[in-house]
Design a binder for this molecule. Structure first.
Ligand SMILES: [Zn+2]
Length: 86
């Protein structure tokens, strides 16, 4: 499925994540194994018929499924200029 999103100035392509999405089961297992939950979890994200979903591949479970309710939201799909030169 392809989806076009309107581009909007002012949306950064830097990593501005302040709070990570995670699978609760992965976090519990990572803590019990003494490893980083961020390194332990295995997730994928993608478009669905209604929006965007983040899925735990390790446990084959939904983490979050966002319904855009038919709206097309602005997005930045570019990469940083220095990343393009590598
Ligand atoms: Zn998981």
């Amino acid at each position: 499925m392809s989806r076009t999103t309107p581009k909007r100035e002012g949306i950064s392509n830097e990593n501005e994540i302040k709070l990570f999405l995670h699978c609760g089961q992965c976090v519990e297992e990572a803590i019990s194994k003494g490893v980083s939950p961020a390194d332990y979890q295995s997730i994928e994200a993608g478009w669905t018929p209604i929006g965007l979903q983040v899925w735990c591949k390790r446990h084959d479970k939904n983490i979050i499924h966002i319904d855009f309710q038919g709206q097309q939201l602005p997005a930045n799909t570019t990469i940083k200029k220095d990343d393009q030169e590598r």
